[in-house]
Write a protein that binds this ligand. Sequence first.
Ligand code: NAD
Ligand code: IPM
Ligand code: MG
Length: 352
Amino acid sequence: MKKHITLLPGDGIGPEIVAAAKKVLDVINERYDYEFTSEEQDIGGIAIDKTGNPLPEETIKACENSDAILLGAVGGPKWANQSVRPEQGLLKIRKHFNLFANLRPVTIFDALESSSPLKKEIVQGSDLMIVRELTGGLYFGQPSERRDNGKSVIDSLTYTRDEIERIVKIGFDTAMLRDKHLTSVDKANVLESSRMWREIVDEIGKEYPEVTVSHVLVDAAAMKLITNPKSFDVIVTENLFGDILSDEASVITGSLGVLPSASLNQDNFGLYEPIHGSAPDIAGLGKANPIGMILSVGMMLKYSFNLESEAAKIEEAVNKVLNDGYVTADLMSDDGQVLSTMEMTDKIISYL
Ligand SMILES: NC(=O)c1ccc[n+]([C@@H]2O[C@H](COP(=O)([O-])OP(=O)(O)OC[C@H]3O[C@@H](n4cnc5c(N)ncnc54)[C@H](O)[C@@H]3O)[C@@H](O)[C@H]2O)c1
Ligand SMILES: CC(C)[C@H](C(=O)O)[C@@H](O)C(=O)O
Ligand SMILES: [Mg+2]
């Protein structure tokens, strides 16, 4: 099998974790006789510094000519107050490729049950999937601007029926492959968009009689997620709520650094990235946890290339490394051996 992948390291710890992903890809090439070629392109702050544009045309072209995209992270304090920001590059690439379906699995590794600040009996055995709408809602609404000489400001939340229907269907399809329980998270007690969302979930639910559906308001869902994570199987929700809830869910798994994601379009073309950001506080120190990035490589193998067993091998290797007591600095551990980004990567590779 031949595949070409565009690597977008981006900013902060992005280059460190994408180097880890590349190492894993190279090893998969050698051990399983695949031909995964790759090239690096710029996105985010580094692209602004070089070209003034957070998503240069050259990057788009390279991604268009690829079978999948792996992204590290974008952003950082250097660009936070500029009119052109790194995060715009990420939003643009998601929109350009119509990557509306963002899958964020939240699975706790046995060895990390004590790494969570939550009680072990609460997190033990947690396994849920957040299906986040990724190309609509507040992050893309127009107008979005300051008004009246800065005396007021507007951000707009719009969704079309089609946009809601397609992500809700992904939510139901995902539930069918799992425990057949879908929690739709909204704010229907306040927002019209959420009331329409709820109606559409109920309509589409009729086509999935085997799936039980719960509607939960986002504020209550935020509470329930960390008090009773095992009550969730699949969560389907709009862009902003999914962003916030997925970072919150990382508390269950011990660290933001271990959660991967897939952002897919209707043809299963995908961009794969850990859910965390560029972690400016630890950038360049070799402290970044590469697990979220490496599991994102696994998601790429599974969702874009149909290599399920190879994806499972990556997860198993991560599981074994953690079971043997190896951790990175972000994972609270009393007796674990703390490894750097590359040491952790090499350890995972040695267990592959
Ligand atoms: N997909 C993305 O590219 C993405 C996602 C989220 C945030 N961001 C951007 O990243 C920048 C920093 O944002 P932030 O600080 O709010 O969030 P962040 O996710 O970068 O960091 C939050 C905390 O988690 C830690 N952390 C994150 N990833 C880690 C890893 N792999 N290993 C160990 N520790 C890790 C950080 O050190 C920090 O303490 C901002 O510019 C933000 O817009 C980008
Ligand atoms: C950086 C930002 C635009 C991004 C988002 O909100 O989608 C990030 O927080 C994420 O979760 O991928
Ligand atoms: Mg986020």
